[in-house]
Design a protein around this ligand. Sequence first.
Ligand code: SOE
Length: 382
Amino acid sequence: MSGGARLRAGVVGAGFIGAVHARSARLAGARLVAVAASTPESSRAAAGRLGAERACKSGEELVAADDVDVVHVCAPNHLHLPLARAALEAGKHVICEKPLALDDDGAAELVAAASAGGLQAAVPFVYRYYPMVREARERLRGGRSGPLRLLHGTYLQDWLSLPADANWRVERRLGGASRAFADIGSHWCDLAEFASGHRIVRLSARTATVVPERSASGTAAFARRDDDGPRQPVDTEDVALVQFETDGGALGSVVVSQVSPGRKNRLWIEWDAADAALAFDQEQPELLWCGRRDGVALALRDDAALSAPAARFATLPAGHPQGYGDCFDAFVADVYAAIADGEAADGLPRFADGRRAVQITEAVLGSAAADGAWTAVPAPAL
Ligand code: SOE
Protein backbone atom coordinates (compact mmCIF):
# COMPACT_ATOMS: atom_id res chain seq x y z
CA MET A 1 0.00 0.00 0.00
CA SER A 2 1.67 3.22 -1.08
CA GLY A 3 1.56 6.28 1.16
CA GLY A 4 -1.87 7.92 1.25
CA ALA A 5 -3.62 5.08 -0.59
CA ARG A 6 -6.51 3.39 1.17
CA LEU A 7 -5.71 0.18 3.00
CA ARG A 8 -6.92 -2.93 1.14
CA ALA A 9 -8.66 -5.51 3.30
CA GLY A 10 -9.66 -9.11 2.63
CA VAL A 11 -11.98 -11.20 4.79
CA VAL A 12 -11.81 -15.00 4.93
CA GLY A 13 -15.00 -16.46 6.37
CA ALA A 14 -18.35 -14.84 5.70
CA GLY A 15 -20.46 -15.96 8.62
CA PHE A 16 -21.73 -13.77 11.44
CA ILE A 17 -18.32 -12.55 12.59
CA GLY A 18 -16.97 -12.16 9.04
CA ALA A 19 -19.75 -9.69 8.36
CA VAL A 20 -18.84 -7.79 11.56
CA HIS A 21 -15.20 -7.58 10.44
CA ALA A 22 -16.18 -6.46 6.93
CA ARG A 23 -18.40 -3.68 8.29
CA SER A 24 -15.71 -2.40 10.64
CA ALA A 25 -13.05 -2.58 7.91
CA ARG A 26 -15.07 -0.37 5.62
CA LEU A 27 -16.00 2.03 8.43
CA ALA A 28 -12.28 2.33 9.19
CA GLY A 29 -11.77 3.54 5.64
CA ALA A 30 -10.37 0.41 4.00
CA ARG A 31 -11.34 -0.91 0.61
CA LEU A 32 -12.94 -4.32 1.03
CA VAL A 33 -11.21 -5.78 -2.01
CA ALA A 34 -11.96 -9.47 -1.50
CA VAL A 35 -13.98 -11.99 0.44
CA ALA A 36 -13.58 -15.78 0.53
CA ALA A 37 -16.11 -18.21 2.00
CA SER A 38 -16.16 -22.01 2.06
CA THR A 39 -16.91 -22.51 -1.65
CA PRO A 40 -16.56 -20.40 -4.83
CA GLU A 41 -20.35 -20.11 -4.98
CA SER A 42 -20.72 -18.99 -1.37
CA SER A 43 -17.79 -16.61 -1.88
CA ARG A 44 -19.59 -14.91 -4.73
CA ALA A 45 -22.76 -14.59 -2.65
CA ALA A 46 -20.76 -13.24 0.28
CA ALA A 47 -18.98 -10.65 -1.87
CA GLY A 48 -22.35 -9.26 -2.87
CA ARG A 49 -23.75 -9.42 0.66
CA LEU A 50 -20.73 -7.78 2.29
CA GLY A 51 -20.00 -5.27 -0.46
CA ALA A 52 -16.60 -6.64 -1.47
CA GLU A 53 -15.03 -5.71 -4.80
CA ARG A 54 -14.56 -9.39 -5.70
CA ALA A 55 -14.88 -12.95 -4.51
CA CYS A 56 -11.87 -15.24 -4.17
CA LYS A 57 -12.33 -18.95 -4.83
CA SER A 58 -10.70 -19.83 -1.53
CA GLY A 59 -9.06 -18.40 1.54
CA GLU A 60 -5.73 -19.55 0.18
CA GLU A 61 -6.25 -17.46 -2.94
CA LEU A 62 -7.18 -14.41 -0.88
CA VAL A 63 -4.20 -14.51 1.49
CA ALA A 64 -1.86 -14.72 -1.52
CA ALA A 65 -3.52 -11.87 -3.45
CA ASP A 66 -1.15 -9.01 -4.31
CA ASP A 67 -3.86 -6.39 -3.81
CA VAL A 68 -4.60 -7.30 -0.17
CA ASP A 69 -2.69 -5.53 2.63
CA VAL A 70 -4.53 -6.90 5.68
CA VAL A 71 -6.31 -10.23 6.08
CA HIS A 72 -9.18 -10.76 8.51
CA VAL A 73 -9.28 -14.47 9.41
CA CYS A 74 -12.89 -15.28 10.32
CA ALA A 75 -13.07 -18.92 9.21
CA PRO A 76 -13.72 -21.83 11.60
CA ASN A 77 -11.11 -22.26 14.32
CA HIS A 78 -9.18 -25.17 12.77
CA LEU A 79 -8.31 -22.92 9.80
CA HIS A 80 -6.91 -20.02 11.84
CA LEU A 81 -3.33 -21.31 12.00
CA PRO A 82 -2.90 -22.25 8.31
CA LEU A 83 -4.58 -19.08 7.03
CA ALA A 84 -2.78 -16.70 9.40
CA ARG A 85 0.54 -18.47 8.70
CA ALA A 86 0.06 -18.12 4.93
CA ALA A 87 -1.00 -14.47 5.24
CA LEU A 88 2.04 -13.57 7.36
CA GLU A 89 4.35 -15.46 4.99
CA ALA A 90 2.84 -13.40 2.15
CA GLY A 91 3.69 -10.21 4.07
CA LYS A 92 0.14 -9.35 5.06
CA HIS A 93 -0.95 -7.78 8.31
CA VAL A 94 -3.46 -10.05 10.08
CA ILE A 95 -6.49 -9.79 12.33
CA CYS A 96 -7.31 -13.35 13.40
CA GLU A 97 -10.37 -14.37 15.37
CA LYS A 98 -9.74 -16.22 18.62
CA PRO A 99 -8.69 -18.85 19.38
CA LEU A 100 -5.53 -17.82 17.56
CA ALA A 101 -4.65 -21.51 17.20
CA LEU A 102 -5.85 -24.83 18.63
CA ASP A 103 -2.71 -25.30 20.73
CA ASP A 104 0.13 -23.25 22.19
CA ASP A 105 2.69 -24.41 19.63
CA GLY A 106 0.57 -23.01 16.82
CA ALA A 107 -0.06 -19.76 18.68
CA ALA A 108 3.65 -19.37 19.45
CA GLU A 109 4.49 -19.92 15.79
CA LEU A 110 2.14 -17.13 14.73
CA VAL A 111 3.45 -14.70 17.36
CA ALA A 112 6.99 -15.34 16.14
CA ALA A 113 6.06 -15.06 12.45
CA ALA A 114 4.31 -11.72 12.96
CA SER A 115 7.27 -10.37 14.90
CA ALA A 116 9.79 -11.62 12.35
CA GLY A 117 7.82 -10.02 9.55
CA GLY A 118 7.39 -6.71 11.36
CA LEU A 119 3.66 -7.08 10.73
CA GLN A 120 0.69 -5.91 12.74
CA ALA A 121 -1.15 -8.96 14.07
CA ALA A 122 -4.16 -8.62 16.35
CA VAL A 123 -6.90 -10.70 17.98
CA PRO A 124 -10.35 -9.12 18.58
CA PHE A 125 -10.65 -9.08 22.35
CA VAL A 126 -12.96 -6.19 21.64
CA TYR A 127 -14.51 -5.85 25.08
CA ARG A 128 -11.37 -3.90 25.95
CA TYR A 129 -12.89 -1.12 23.85
CA TYR A 130 -15.80 -0.33 26.12
CA PRO A 131 -15.00 3.06 27.67
CA MET A 132 -16.01 1.81 31.11
CA VAL A 133 -13.54 -1.08 30.87
CA ARG A 134 -10.81 1.46 30.18
CA GLU A 135 -12.08 3.54 33.13
CA ALA A 136 -11.85 0.49 35.39
CA ARG A 137 -8.33 -0.16 34.09
CA GLU A 138 -7.20 3.38 34.87
CA ARG A 139 -8.62 3.22 38.39
CA LEU A 140 -7.24 -0.25 39.15
CA ARG A 141 -3.80 0.17 37.62
CA GLY A 142 -3.49 3.80 38.73
CA GLY A 143 -3.70 2.76 42.38
CA ARG A 144 -6.88 4.71 43.21
CA SER A 145 -8.63 1.51 44.36
CA GLY A 146 -5.87 0.05 46.49
CA PRO A 147 -4.41 -3.45 46.15
CA LEU A 148 -6.59 -5.93 44.24
CA ARG A 149 -7.81 -8.85 46.33
CA LEU A 150 -10.58 -10.60 44.37
CA LEU A 151 -11.85 -10.97 40.79
CA HIS A 152 -15.13 -12.70 40.06
CA GLY A 153 -17.85 -12.97 37.49
CA THR A 154 -19.59 -14.86 34.76
CA TYR A 155 -19.92 -15.01 31.01
CA LEU A 156 -23.29 -16.53 30.14
CA GLN A 157 -25.06 -17.18 26.84
CA ASP A 158 -28.01 -19.35 25.80
CA TRP A 159 -27.59 -19.91 22.06
CA LEU A 160 -26.55 -23.54 22.57
CA SER A 161 -28.99 -24.43 25.33
CA LEU A 162 -31.06 -26.87 23.25
CA PRO A 163 -30.08 -30.12 21.49
CA ALA A 164 -31.42 -28.62 18.25
CA ASP A 165 -28.89 -25.78 18.47
CA ALA A 166 -26.08 -26.54 16.05
CA ASN A 167 -22.79 -24.88 15.22
CA TRP A 168 -19.41 -25.94 13.88
CA ARG A 169 -17.83 -24.90 17.21
CA VAL A 170 -19.52 -27.86 18.88
CA GLU A 171 -17.33 -30.26 16.88
CA ARG A 172 -13.84 -30.68 18.30
CA ARG A 173 -12.37 -31.34 14.82
CA LEU A 174 -13.53 -27.88 13.64
CA GLY A 175 -13.55 -25.76 16.78
CA GLY A 176 -10.85 -27.33 18.91
CA ALA A 177 -10.81 -29.26 22.18
CA SER A 178 -12.43 -26.43 24.16
CA ARG A 179 -15.57 -24.66 22.94
CA ALA A 180 -17.31 -22.56 25.61
CA PHE A 181 -14.16 -21.52 27.45
CA ALA A 182 -12.03 -20.94 24.34
CA ASP A 183 -14.86 -18.99 22.73
CA ILE A 184 -16.01 -16.73 25.58
CA GLY A 185 -14.10 -17.60 28.75
CA SER A 186 -11.09 -16.24 26.88
CA HIS A 187 -12.78 -12.82 26.68
CA TRP A 188 -13.48 -12.79 30.41
CA CYS A 189 -9.92 -13.75 31.36
CA ASP A 190 -8.50 -11.21 28.93
CA LEU A 191 -10.54 -8.46 30.60
CA ALA A 192 -9.65 -9.70 34.08
CA GLU A 193 -5.92 -9.41 33.30
CA PHE A 194 -6.12 -6.37 31.00
CA ALA A 195 -7.90 -4.15 33.51
CA SER A 196 -6.03 -5.27 36.61
CA GLY A 197 -2.50 -5.89 35.35
CA HIS A 198 -2.58 -9.16 37.28
CA ARG A 199 -1.74 -12.45 35.55
CA ILE A 200 -3.40 -15.78 36.31
CA VAL A 201 -0.60 -18.06 37.48
CA ARG A 202 -2.53 -21.20 38.38
CA LEU A 203 -6.09 -22.44 38.20
CA SER A 204 -8.48 -25.25 39.04
CA ALA A 205 -11.25 -25.98 36.55
CA ARG A 206 -14.23 -28.21 36.01
CA THR A 207 -16.05 -28.49 32.69
CA ALA A 208 -19.24 -30.27 31.64
CA THR A 209 -21.09 -31.20 28.48
CA VAL A 210 -24.67 -30.84 29.67
CA VAL A 211 -26.23 -31.37 26.23
CA PRO A 212 -24.75 -34.75 25.31
CA GLU A 213 -26.16 -34.97 21.76
CA ARG A 214 -26.95 -32.30 19.19
CA SER A 215 -28.19 -31.96 15.62
CA ALA A 216 -25.53 -32.21 12.95
CA SER A 217 -23.61 -28.97 12.98
CA GLY A 218 -24.07 -26.42 10.25
CA THR A 219 -21.74 -23.73 9.05
CA ALA A 220 -24.11 -20.95 10.07
CA ALA A 221 -22.96 -19.37 13.27
CA PHE A 222 -26.25 -19.56 15.13
CA ALA A 223 -28.35 -22.10 13.24
CA ARG A 224 -31.11 -23.84 15.15
CA ARG A 225 -32.20 -27.13 13.69
CA ASP A 226 -35.92 -27.74 14.15
CA ASP A 227 -35.80 -31.03 12.39
CA ASP A 228 -35.70 -34.34 14.18
CA GLY A 229 -32.74 -35.28 12.11
CA PRO A 230 -29.87 -37.40 13.32
CA ARG A 231 -28.14 -36.34 16.49
CA GLN A 232 -24.43 -36.70 17.14
CA PRO A 233 -22.56 -36.97 20.42
CA VAL A 234 -20.93 -33.75 21.63
CA ASP A 235 -17.23 -33.75 22.47
CA THR A 236 -16.79 -30.16 23.69
CA GLU A 237 -17.84 -28.43 26.90
CA ASP A 238 -21.01 -26.35 27.40
CA VAL A 239 -19.94 -24.97 30.77
CA ALA A 240 -16.72 -24.29 32.66
CA LEU A 241 -16.12 -23.29 36.27
CA VAL A 242 -12.67 -21.90 37.01
CA GLN A 243 -11.03 -20.64 40.20
CA PHE A 244 -7.60 -19.08 40.00
CA GLU A 245 -4.74 -17.23 41.72
CA THR A 246 -2.89 -14.25 40.28
CA ASP A 247 0.72 -13.14 40.45
CA GLY A 248 -0.46 -10.16 42.50
CA GLY A 249 -1.85 -12.38 45.25
CA ALA A 250 -5.51 -12.08 44.31
CA LEU A 251 -8.03 -14.91 44.07
CA GLY A 252 -10.67 -15.21 41.39
CA SER A 253 -13.44 -17.28 39.88
CA VAL A 254 -15.47 -17.31 36.70
CA VAL A 255 -18.50 -19.28 35.48
CA VAL A 256 -18.71 -19.74 31.70
CA SER A 257 -21.84 -21.10 30.04
CA GLN A 258 -23.43 -21.24 26.60
CA VAL A 259 -26.52 -23.01 27.96
CA SER A 260 -28.03 -20.42 30.35
CA PRO A 261 -31.54 -19.57 29.08
CA GLY A 262 -32.22 -15.86 28.77
CA ARG A 263 -28.57 -14.83 29.02
CA LYS A 264 -27.81 -13.55 25.52
CA ASN A 265 -24.29 -12.24 25.90
CA ARG A 266 -23.94 -11.50 29.57
CA LEU A 267 -20.35 -10.82 30.50
CA TRP A 268 -20.10 -9.57 34.08
CA ILE A 269 -16.83 -8.96 35.90
CA GLU A 270 -15.98 -7.42 39.28
CA TRP A 271 -12.59 -6.39 40.61
CA ASP A 272 -12.60 -6.01 44.43
CA ALA A 273 -9.70 -3.96 45.74
CA ALA A 274 -8.97 -2.76 49.25
CA ASP A 275 -10.55 0.69 48.90
CA ALA A 276 -13.06 0.17 46.10
CA ALA A 277 -14.82 -2.49 44.06
CA LEU A 278 -15.49 -1.99 40.36
CA ALA A 279 -18.01 -4.00 38.32
CA PHE A 280 -18.70 -4.02 34.58
CA ASP A 281 -21.77 -5.65 32.96
CA GLN A 282 -21.58 -5.97 29.16
CA GLU A 283 -25.38 -5.74 29.05
CA GLN A 284 -25.19 -2.29 30.73
CA PRO A 285 -21.92 -1.08 29.16
CA GLU A 286 -22.57 2.62 29.65
CA LEU A 287 -21.89 2.36 33.37
CA LEU A 288 -19.21 1.20 35.78
CA TRP A 289 -20.44 0.27 39.26
CA CYS A 290 -18.05 1.72 41.84
CA GLY A 291 -18.49 0.49 45.40
CA ARG A 292 -16.81 1.99 48.48
CA ARG A 293 -17.42 1.65 52.22
CA ASP A 294 -18.97 5.12 52.23
CA GLY A 295 -21.36 4.37 49.38
CA VAL A 296 -21.84 3.29 45.81
CA ALA A 297 -21.34 5.50 42.79
CA LEU A 298 -21.80 4.90 39.08
CA ALA A 299 -19.30 6.18 36.55
CA LEU A 300 -21.08 6.76 33.26
CA ARG A 301 -19.80 6.72 29.71
CA ASP A 302 -21.09 10.26 29.21
CA ASP A 303 -19.41 11.65 32.33
CA ALA A 304 -17.05 14.52 31.69
CA ALA A 305 -14.73 13.25 34.42
CA LEU A 306 -13.67 10.03 32.66
CA SER A 307 -9.99 9.23 32.45
CA ALA A 308 -8.35 10.07 29.11
CA PRO A 309 -8.17 6.43 27.94
CA ALA A 310 -11.88 5.97 28.65
CA ALA A 311 -12.80 9.30 27.06
CA ARG A 312 -10.91 8.25 23.88
CA PHE A 313 -13.65 5.70 23.23
CA ALA A 314 -16.58 7.57 24.78
CA THR A 315 -17.21 9.31 21.48
CA LEU A 316 -20.72 8.10 20.72
CA PRO A 317 -23.46 10.71 21.04
CA ALA A 318 -25.04 10.81 24.50
CA GLY A 319 -27.85 8.31 24.59
CA HIS A 320 -26.44 6.25 21.70
CA PRO A 321 -26.16 2.77 23.21
CA GLN A 322 -22.62 1.45 22.95
CA GLY A 323 -22.69 -1.98 21.33
CA TYR A 324 -20.51 -4.85 20.25
CA GLY A 325 -20.21 -3.39 16.77
CA ASP A 326 -18.97 -0.06 18.16
CA CYS A 327 -16.22 -1.89 20.06
CA PHE A 328 -15.29 -3.76 16.89
CA ASP A 329 -15.11 -0.49 14.97
CA ALA A 330 -12.74 1.00 17.55
CA PHE A 331 -10.60 -2.13 17.58
CA VAL A 332 -10.24 -2.32 13.78
CA ALA A 333 -9.52 1.41 13.62
CA ASP A 334 -6.71 0.89 16.15
CA VAL A 335 -5.24 -1.96 14.09
CA TYR A 336 -5.37 0.05 10.89
CA ALA A 337 -3.77 3.03 12.63
CA ALA A 338 -0.97 0.73 13.78
CA ILE A 339 -0.52 -0.46 10.18
CA ALA A 340 -0.40 3.13 8.94
CA ASP A 341 2.03 4.53 11.51
CA GLY A 342 3.78 1.43 12.80
CA GLU A 343 2.84 2.01 16.40
CA ALA A 344 0.16 0.08 18.28
CA ALA A 345 -2.17 2.07 20.52
CA ASP A 346 -2.18 1.28 24.24
CA GLY A 347 -4.37 -1.74 24.91
CA LEU A 348 -4.45 -3.13 21.38
CA PRO A 349 -4.91 -6.93 21.75
CA ARG A 350 -2.06 -8.51 19.81
CA PHE A 351 -1.18 -12.07 18.80
CA ALA A 352 0.69 -12.39 22.12
CA ASP A 353 -2.66 -11.84 23.88
CA GLY A 354 -4.21 -14.46 21.61
CA ARG A 355 -1.47 -16.88 22.62
CA ARG A 356 -2.10 -16.03 26.28
CA ALA A 357 -5.74 -17.05 25.85
CA VAL A 358 -4.69 -20.36 24.29
CA GLN A 359 -2.36 -21.04 27.23
CA ILE A 360 -5.10 -20.34 29.79
CA THR A 361 -7.49 -22.53 27.82
CA GLU A 362 -4.98 -25.39 27.77
CA ALA A 363 -4.60 -25.09 31.54
CA VAL A 364 -8.39 -25.20 31.95
CA LEU A 365 -8.63 -28.37 29.87
CA GLY A 366 -5.68 -29.92 31.67
CA SER A 367 -7.12 -29.20 35.10
CA ALA A 368 -10.59 -30.41 34.13
CA ALA A 369 -9.09 -33.66 32.83
CA ALA A 370 -7.35 -34.10 36.19
CA ASP A 371 -10.49 -33.74 38.30
CA GLY A 372 -9.86 -30.05 38.94
CA ALA A 373 -6.22 -30.35 39.94
CA TRP A 374 -4.46 -27.02 40.41
CA THR A 375 -2.63 -26.37 37.14
CA ALA A 376 0.04 -23.78 36.34
CA VAL A 377 -0.47 -21.21 33.59
CA PRO A 378 2.79 -20.26 31.86
CA ALA A 379 4.00 -16.71 32.42
CA PRO A 380 3.51 -14.60 29.27
CA ALA A 381 6.50 -14.52 26.97
CA LEU A 382 8.30 -11.19 27.35
C1 SOE B 1 -20.38 -16.66 20.20
O1 SOE B 1 -20.16 -17.26 21.44
C2 SOE B 1 -19.78 -15.24 20.18
O2 SOE B 1 -20.03 -14.69 18.92
C3 SOE B 1 -18.27 -15.28 20.38
O3 SOE B 1 -17.62 -16.03 19.36
C4 SOE B 1 -17.74 -13.85 20.42
O4 SOE B 1 -16.34 -13.83 20.62
C5 SOE B 1 -18.44 -13.10 21.55
O5 SOE B 1 -17.95 -11.77 21.61
C6 SOE B 1 -19.93 -13.11 21.35
O6 SOE B 1 -20.41 -14.48 21.20
